[in-house]
Unconditional design. Sequence first.
Length: 117
Amino acid sequence: MNKLTYIRCGDYDIPNLKLSERPETSIGKYGRMRKSYLKEHHPILYNHLLMSEKLYPHLLEIERTAQGRVETMLPHMMEAAGVTEELKVCDPMRWVGLMNTLKVQVEETIFQELIFQ
């Protein structure tokens, strides 16, 4: 184990703790939602992940998995619902409505399976 060093602050000795550097990759929408959920509903798990420096990798994994699911599920659902480029040209308002509905359905699945588990 590394020996702890302390910083004198008035009458107190405060441990000189530093987290390791995080990669430049940013956390997206789904990672931030997972973080908020853990912080609010599972504070012990959140603190454990934070203190063990596993929170950021966990959030990155959630983000990547969620993005991958959106990219795979949405085209299949579009095909099943009959959403095509032809429809986009002929009836753009209907196309937008269908796309919004499909995206909400995909996100609801992702929320239940990844974010709020």
